[in-house]
Design a protein around this ligand. Structure first.
Ligand code: FMN
Length: 248
């Protein structure tokens, strides 16, 4: 199985919880026998769609913009499954990720058809791409992913993609808190297991899913108190650094 991951997070390295989860999932996929490749959108030159519709009229299937998106679409074309990863930004994907999705418009035809009672555009190659979706969010409730999940499911309903799995990890920023390391290791081991299961069985078990989105803190008040104390601490630390710089 050829897997191509698309990471729409702007952060680099282990500070990114998207990368933490994505790397764990992909290493599980590799253990299961898949070949994996990752495209980090932040490293690419991907201009915004200008809405010129050249890709529908003048040069069907080819975008008029000259940037890295052409190569990205060629890479994705080789994938059996795409892993889409983005942090939750204002209840949706990052702008970087949404921009990538917008730029896949050459894959669709201009013509309008009706599917399950609603209008859509058919795909040029008639085959919906298979997607595993991974996201992380700062808030502690999994419900925050609902608008984004609904967006994906709506695209699936219109025949634009096929969702193979959705992995959502709330309280993401606590994943770098040293006292929670044991739980975080469990979550990452479960995410790796999810990758293995996906490649080997085509599915991710309920038990593995529950382990990935298990509560990391005992209750919501603890989450709120710790998060607010963290921001106070960071703000104070920044003030102290600033005054140390101005004194020295
Ligand atoms: C601009 C911005 C918007 C965000 N919006 C949300 C949000 O709507 N809901 C939420 O739970 N977390 C939100 N967060 C928190 C991020 O989802 C969280 O910090 C996550 O770990 C970021 O992913 P990363 O660690 O891979 O960078 C937001 C963060 C930023 C910077």
């Amino acid at each position: 199985m050829q897997i191509v991951a698309v990471n729409g997070g702007p952060r680099r390295g282990k500070i990114s919880k998207t990368i933490m989860l994505l790397e764990a999932f992909l290493s599980g996929c590799q253990q299961g026998g898949a070949e994996v490749e990752t495209i980090n959108l932040r490293e690419k030159d991907i201009k915004m769609c200008t809405g010129c519709y050249s890709c529908w009229i003048k040069t069907p299937g080819q975008c008029a913009l000259k940037d890295d998106m052409k190569e990205i679409l060629l890479t994705l074309d080789k994938a059996d499954v795409e892993v889409w990863a983005t942090p939750l930004y204002f209840f949706g994907p990052t702008a970087l990720f949404k921009n990538f999705v917008d730029r896949t418009i050459p894959l669709a035809e201009p013509y309008i058809i009706e599917k399950d009672g609603l209008c859509t555009h058919p795909l040029r190659n008639k085959k919906a791409r298979e997607i595993v979706f991974i996201s992380v969010a700062g808030f502690c409730e999994v419900e925050h992913f609902q608008p984004m999940s609904q967006w994906l499911r709506f695209m699936e309903g219109r025949g634009l993609l096929q969702i193979r799995a959705e992995i959502y990890r709330p309280s993401s920023e606590f994943m770098s808190a040293p006292p929670l390391k044991e739980k975080v290791d469990e979550i990452l081991a479960a995410t790796q297991q999810a990758g293995r299961e996906f490649v080997q069985t085509g599915d991710i078990s309920e038990k593995t899913m529950q382990s990935i989105c298990q509560d990391i803190l005992p209750d919501k008040n603890t989450y709120i108190d710790l998060a607010n104390n963290y921001w106070d601490w960071e703000i104070e630390r920044s003030k102290k650094r600033k005054s140390a710089r101005s004194e020295g």
